[in-house]
Design a protein around this ligand. Sequence first.
Ligand SMILES: Cc1cc2nc3c(=O)[nH]c(=O)nc-3n(C[C@H](O)[C@H](O)[C@H](O)COP(=O)(O)OP(=O)(O)OC[C@H]3O[C@@H](n4cnc5c(N)ncnc54)[C@H](O)[C@@H]3O)c2cc1C
Length: 352
Amino acid sequence: MNIDVLIIGQGISGTFLSYYLEKEGKSFLVIDNNYKNSPSKIAAGIINPVTGRRLVTVWMVDEVLPFAWNAYQQIGHELNITAIAQKTIIDFFPNPFMRESFLQKIESGDQYVHTYPEQNHFNHLFNYELGCGEIRPVYTAYLETLLPAWRSHLTNKNILIEENFDIAELKVEEDKIHYNDITATKIIFCDGTSSFDNPFFKPLPFAPNKGEALVTHIPGLPGEHIYKKGLMIVPMADKDLFWIGASYIWDFDNADPTDAFRHSTEQALKQWLKIPFTIEEHRSGLRPATLERRPFVGFHPVHSTAGILNGMGTKGCSLAPFFAKQLTDNLVYQLPIAKDADVKRFSKILSR
Ligand SMILES: Cc1cc2nc3c(=O)[nH]c(=O)nc-3n(C[C@H](O)[C@H](O)[C@H](O)COP(=O)(O)OP(=O)(O)OC[C@H]3O[C@@H](n4cnc5c(N)ncnc54)[C@H](O)[C@@H]3O)c2cc1C
């Protein structure tokens, strides 16, 4: 079989890459092993404009945020699903230092960080002694709805192969690649942490990061906000279901859920929430993060038939649509990829 592009992986990166290639009329196949703990399957889907304890404005926010909102709206509309929702974050200050940081950010005129006028509004739901502020706009992408819907779309068109991709069977030539009976002009790896062992791209400075989260049932908690106090409580697509997390662990032995996370999160929730909750699920997985916190996008400097869309780290929900489009435009129209994301910045180590 002859195609333009063979895509490995249907997480959020492979989903948007195949979406934009389809729009350009390119022929492609997606191979995905449907691994149940891939980060795209366990993420909260938060797309926020500021991040971390110091509320740092996220990289390329002015381009990436509106792009993500439009991209999820568009794909959702085409698939007849709700793929994204607009929320606000209610940030309950966990200590005086964070309260101070937040207030300073407001004073500096930050467009995303705001006072919350009714400080007692959440008194019947939460314990909070130091007040709260609001971050907006914020979005949640419903990957749990989007990924299966896009998978059905691909399956119906007979262009999704559910199996494990075996890199030993791949032959990369100057102008094409071969994999079993498939011949393609390009192969693009959107396979998350599997790329760490990929002979073409493994020299890249990947830095996997483990994250755990709980899915909880909290009847009576309004779903229009994300609530934050160290932990985040994030409304999911189903009413009364909330995602709670997450941990960020650089040093770990395996990707399994831990009793320590479950216990500490349950205790923190009991102290914070005033209404009952039940834990439905405990999730754990590895983020395809990178040492310099920028994604890896583009084609190999020597083996130009092999490409990558990866390294999304903690921000895959916002970065994947944006860079899937850039990679598509690069492939089809030879348009440039943002310098800080283009894998060509590692030409030296990839050419060794
Ligand atoms: C607990 C947690 C919470 C998170 N919350 C957020 C959040 O709120 N907002 C946000 O923006 N990001 C969040 N992230 C990060 C986000 O999940 C990732 O950045 C993103 O999902 C990466 O997507 P991807 O498609 O690049 O990779 P992946 O999700 O890893 O997808 C790779 C795909 O390739 C398939 N695959 C891999 N190897 C093979 C193979 N050999 N053969 C066939 N198929 C293969 C896998 O099954 C998978 O479907 C979170 C991550 C974690 C762990």
